[in-house]
Design a protein around this ligand. Structure first.
Ligand code: HEM
Ligand SMILES: [Ca+2]
Length: 325
């Protein structure tokens, strides 16, 4: 998107909503905003020019439930036997663009104001900005998180929701982090944008739960299209399919209506419509974009407060987001 269009959008939005974006104060109170509408080249908000957050950032932010402490950004130390989170098998398909975005923002912030803004805050802000850029809600991000000192690949597997997790399992995982059934349904709505690799849903296409049949809850036309992209064997591992077949680049509430129409991509998406515990909420959100946006903003705020670290005992403020201090 063009910078001018983005700025206009943000200006308009802030006037409409009366947001108190903090101008040029990053060194004073740890607040920065990528969407500061008054900034120019001479202050830290030049970030706008350099970093267009992409949806990978949203995912990086949300998919690592160790807490929002930027531990997912840590790469394994050369020569070390212990893998860091970024190098966990489950994180292999996090695209590099997301990491680059954070790196670029961090470098710029450091050049203006060294040692003040954590990687965790940058990640949270970038996720918010991308959601907004893609047409979603704008919400205030609380700042002042420190970065975590622990990042271990071995802790990823049991903390990460899976494409074939049952709804019960997802509810359990979310609740172990203090998130409710509603948070699960609402945050899953982030799959209104983005793509997934075949391996995450190919099981549904050919041999659902050992039946040798496709998952009966996939629309036949979608099934046909997905089978073309993702053959049972010998497919290209890089192929991806959109989560939201109707508006994959737009942050809207179409995800939920799609689930009602059997157009969910992952079993974990479609499951939300099949399970009576979550179905009513899927229906309600599918009918009400404003309700989804409001609930999404609240749930992101809540998620952003999971496992927050403050101070030197458990935290650090990294200079390079990919390396502990
Ligand atoms: C509810 C449990 C969840 C499961 C099982 C799940 C699973 C997945 C999987 C398997 C992918 C595709 C990875 C790939 O093939 O590259 C993905 C992508 C994505 N997820 Fe989730 N996810 C969940 C929750 C969330 C939440 C809470 C958010 C954000 C609030 C989120 C945001 C995203 C985004 C934006 C992408 C697209 C990334 C891209 O296009 O590169 N997901 N998710
Ligand atoms: Ca969409």
């Amino acid at each position: 998107m063009l910078l001018s269009k983005w700025k206009k959008m943000v200006d308009h939005h802030d006037q409409a909503q009366g947001h108190d974006i903090v101008n040029n104060k990053i060194c004073e109170n740890q607040c920065i905003s990528f969407t500061d509408s008054t900034c120019n080249e001479s202050n830290a908000c030049g970030i706008i020019e350099m970093t267009f957050p992409d949806h990978e950032t949203t995912r990086n932010y949300a998919h690592h439930f160790r807490g929002c402490d930027a531990s997912v950004l840590i790469a394994t130390k050369p020569g070390s036997k212990t893998l860091a989170e970024k190098d966990a098998d489950d994180n292999k398909d996090l695209r590099t663009e997301g990491f680059d975005t954070i790196m670029r923002a961090k470098t710029l912030v450091e050049s203006k104001c060294p040692g003040v803004v954590s990687c965790a805050d940058i990640l949270a802000i970038a996720a918010r900005d991308f959601v907004h850029l893609a047409g979603g809600p704008y919400y205030q991000v609380k700042k002042g998180r420190w970065d975590g000192k622990i990042s271990m690949a071995s802790r990823v597997t049991y903390n990460l929701p899976r494409a074939n997790s049952t709804v019960d399992r997802l509810i359990e995982l979310f609740s172990s982090k203090g998130l409710t059934v509603q948070d699960l349904v609402v945050l899953s709505g982030a799959h209104t944008i983005g793509f997934a690799h075949c391996k995450h849903f190919v099981g549904r296409l050919y041999d659902y739960k050992g039946t040798k049949q496709p998952d009966p809850s996939i629309d036949p036309r979608l099934l046909k299209a997905l089978k073309m992209s993702c053959p049972q064997v010998g497919g290209n591992a890089d192929i991806v399919a959109p989560f939201d077949v109707t508006t994959p680049f737009l942050f809207d509430h179409a995800y939920y209506a799609n689930l009602e129409a059997k157009l969910g991509l992952l079993a974990s998406d479609q499951g939300l419509f099949l399970d009576p515990k979550t179905k009513p909420l899927v229906q309600a959100l599918g009918q009400d974009k404003a309700k989804f946006f409001q609930a999404f903003a609240e749930a992101m705020d809540k998620m952003g407060l999971i496992g927050v670290k403050r101070g030197r005992r458990h935290g650090e403020k990294r200079i390079d987001c990919s390396m502990h201090m």
